[in-house]
Ligand binder design. Structure first.
Ligand SMILES: [Zn+2]
Length: 431
């Protein structure tokens, strides 16, 4: 376990972070509303080619960590860990599968805002987002054909990282009763390794954490539609979210709140430790996990509205007299998937917010993909795949991955009120 702190980072990394940091301090005065200018500035720095996509264990990732530590220092936040850095070694299942044994030394960035109420400041709201991305690696990319192109991950997840920093700026100006821990996780793309390291090496007792709020992809708000996962992880959360949204009046968002605390991001590590969680998300898009996920596509004004909503939720939980009532929901039963199965590709873009829909609603299909060639269309709701009923994203992926590339399957969709049967030849991921 290498001992890493700000002092051990190379001078060039520190210089890079210092240059990018300085202008932020002067804006403390406007701390009641999210600041889209600061949000965009953070995203443009984090998603700049200089950081080469911030893959865990790379200089670009270290530079991003140094930048964030400087932001928290300039806001006057407390070092809960030395130099705001919680170092760990990341080694993913895919690494091991590929025969890699050398771990990737990296770090989470952690900062504390002490609560103003002596009776409640020993309890915490955790506000987090992963700051790592794919770097130049095609391993988890949806455009392996782009080879070692830089995947800047502006939406995934420079946007969430900027949201955490802007919330820190606003909460510092008016601390709530409970304390707040701001965390930027590394190695999320390698399997939520940073958040699982954090909950297994917690700087505060886990049973003191009242709520974890996660931001992963909040930079591409469209049609005011915001997805919030985890609203069933505590009995009071749905009500708190709805009233926080209603407080925005005409600027209220179309919030699709749903479900449990599992799912492919860092909140799942906290939910597994019996902590209520929320995950803010503005849905998938064509650039997800591609070299085209760049800062010029970010809707900073839209993100500011998401951050304003999250601020009201965070304050409501951090100031309330009693703790939330945690609810344990059984994880969805999943069927084991073969290595060959994992290669099966269809090319749909699921609507991650349509949890009320019976089936899987499509936000789109990728041009030229098996789904496109097979006749699937935006708006279709898949209800059957290869004879298996599709109720939601889980049953859809189980059905898809139970097949292999080249299989010819019948897919049944509801197109409006019409039932349409399609014959599709499944493809190979990256093929
Ligand atoms: Zn992400």
């Amino acid at each position: 376990m290498s001992n890493r702190s700000l002092r051990s980072l190379p001078a060039s990394t520190l210089l890079l972070a210092a240059i990018a940091c300085a202008p932020a301090i002067g804006t403390l005065s406007t701390a009641t509303h999210a600041d889209s200018t600061l949000i965009r500035r953070d995203i443009e720095f984090l998603a700049s080619d200089r950081l080469e996509g911030r893959l865990a264990g790379t200089p670009g990732n270290d530079s991003a960590a140094a930048y964030l530590a400087r932001r928290y220092r300039s806001l006057g936040l407390t070092e809960l860990v030395p130099g705001y850095l919680q170092p760990f070694d990341a080694l993913s299942a895919q690494d091991a599968h590929a025969g890699r044994t050398a771990p990737r030394p990296t770090q989470n960035v952690v900062a504390l805002l002490r609560g103003r109420d002596p009776a409640l400041r020993q309890e915490y709201v955790v506000i987090g987002a992963h700051f790592d991305h794919l770097g130049r690696s095609p391993t988890f990319a949806l455009d392996p054909e782009a080879g070692d192109a830089i995947r800047n991950g502006a939406d995934d997840n420079a946007s969430g990282t900027a949201a955490v920093v802007d919330l820190a700026r606003m909460l510092v100006a008016n601390p709530p009763r409970r304390s707040v821990i701001f965390v930027n996780f590394s190695a999320e793309e390698l399997g939520v390794l940073g958040s699982s390291w954090f909950v297994n090496h917690p700087p505060v007792p886990l049973d003191r954490i009242a709520l974890m709020i996660n931001f992963d992809m909040v930079g591409r708000l469209r049609n005011d539609k915001l997805i919030v996962y985890g609203t069933s992880t505590a009995t009071e959360l749905k009500g708190i979210l709805d009233s926080a949204n209603a407080a925005a009046g005409n600027a209220a968002l179309h919030v699709a709140g749903s479900g449990d605390g599992y799912g492919p991001s860092d909140q799942s590590s906290f939910y597994a430790k019996d902590i209520p969680v929320l995950h803010f998300f503005t849905d998938l898009h064509d650039d997800y996990h591609r070299a085209t996920d760049d800062a010029d596509k970010i809707n900073a004004g839209g993100e500011a509205r998401v951050v304003d909503l999250a601020l009201r939720v965070a304050r409501s939980v951090a100031d309330r007299p009693s703790r939330l009532t945690f609810v344990r929901i059984a994880p969805p039963a999943r069927t084991a998937v073969s290595e060959e199965g994992k290669q099966t590709y269809l090319g749909t873009i699921p609507d991650m917010g349509a949890s009320e829909t019976k089936g899987l609603r499509l936000t789109g299909v990728r041009a030229g993909s098996p789904a496109d060639l097979g006749g699937l269309k935006t708006g279709d709701v898949i209800v059957e795949l290869g004879g298996a009923a599709v109720k939601d994203l889980y049953s859809y992926s189980d059905a898809l991955y139970s097949h292999k590339p080249g299989d010819v399957v019948k897919i049944v969709v509801m197109r409006g009120s019409e039932r349409v049967e399609l014959t599709v030849t499944l493809g190979r991921r990256g093929g």
